[in-house]
Design a protein around this ligand. Sequence first.
Ligand SMILES: NC(=O)c1ccc[n+]([C@@H]2O[C@H](COP(=O)([O-])OP(=O)(O)OC[C@H]3O[C@@H](n4cnc5c(N)ncnc54)[C@H](O)[C@@H]3O)[C@@H](O)[C@H]2O)c1
Length: 430
Amino acid sequence: MSKVKNPSLAAAGKKELTWAESHMPVLKLIGDEFEKEKPFKGLTIGLSLHVEKKTGVLLKTLVRGGAKVFAASCNPNTTDDIVAAALAEEDPKNLQVFAWAGQTTEDYYWCIDQVLDAHPNILIDDGCDLSMRIHTQRPGQLKEVIGACEETTTGLTRLRAMEKDGKLRIPTLAVNDAYSKYLLDNQFGTAQSTLDALVRGLNILLAGKTAVVCGYGWCGRGIASGLRGLGANVVVVEIEGRLNTPDSGQHRAITALYSGYRVLDHMSAAKIGQVFVTATGNKNVLRKEHFEVMRDGAIMCNSGHFNVEIDEPALRAMSTEVKEIKDNVVAYKLKDGRTLYLLSEGRLVNLSRPMGQGHPIEIMDGSFAVQALSCQYIGTHRKSMKAGVVRVPQEIDDQVASLILKTQNVVLDKPTKEQTAYASEWQEGT
Ligand SMILES: NC(=O)c1ccc[n+]([C@@H]2O[C@H](COP(=O)([O-])OP(=O)(O)OC[C@H]3O[C@@H](n4cnc5c(N)ncnc54)[C@H](O)[C@@H]3O)[C@@H](O)[C@H]2O)c1
């Protein structure tokens, strides 16, 4: 049976779910098809995703397709407890949820283990914890898994490392790498949700402030653009080389520069920044040497997947006093009298409760449409898929893009016959 923080919150959670459902038309269309075709009949789907209202709509869509669904969170502090309560009540025979906000590490893995106890045939992961857990703790169950989907950049980084070491034993669709996912979700979704968390949680003016964005990947460029839109003076920090990215940090730095941002090294940025947002997928991006030179009152937060981007233990060790001064805001008083602030313990600020609400609903409609169709693909191609990280088929990516435009009433022209022919022509010049 489900385990959530407080089942009596279900009525409030149901309202949130209904609101999300009414803004997820793409998933609704996919769910209508699933209901007719039942592609997941006889299959159990195990998920580790941020358990909040948009995820709730995905879970219900999979149930409509005939699946038995078991879900845990993919982060100890991102569950929306009212939504988790509503989901636990929704359809206990087919849908169970093990998630609450404010989990210990032990709680977190207990919940993941409940999902694995259900013997899932398909895994949906956000950050690779479910996959990692089954490979390391329950290899005997791997033969029951026909495939998996991974939602985020960091999860794919881990999966590719597993694959390189010859350890990945299930086919895993790289949902994050579908255009309909990262171009929209990572960029526009992380931008609005990160700014939303900062603005609602802190109620400070961002206009005129120097805001430093660490990492100019898909998330970073959205966040930088949003901060600029609110009037902040945006500084971008990148790193040399190619850390799991197709283009180098140098190329990304040039893109930032030509987009009109100031690009600085970490130390120079640390000295002038008033607000810092990390979105790199890397560790100890902001660390002791940077804390030592930061301005009094500097605010730091993270939108990357794990809480390792800001070296909190180092900050704590430098402090004479550490105090939570309001929800999700901890003040670190340093020996020299300066105070630095860290939001949401350095966890994803845009999803950490109660400050973050996650991406806008329409964005997750697109991302979860890719998830739902990828799951269906795994079901129908189970015999031909081989272990490893696999691209989401182009047809799914294009189908989701077309559905998003359709549900937003945007109509595009088709190329004329002449234009189509010209696009494959090599003899005709000017
Ligand atoms: N908060 C959310 O809701 C959300 C949504 C999507 C992705 N993510 C996560 O955000 C992170 C970034 O995702 P992305 O898709 O933008 O990745 P990305 O790979 O496109 O970009 C990361 C960028 O960070 C740079 N970088 C790496 N180490 C750095 C360092 N030490 N200093 C400065 N820059 C550095 C890389 O060169 C790269 O340009 C990942 O952990 C991803 O899983 C979070």
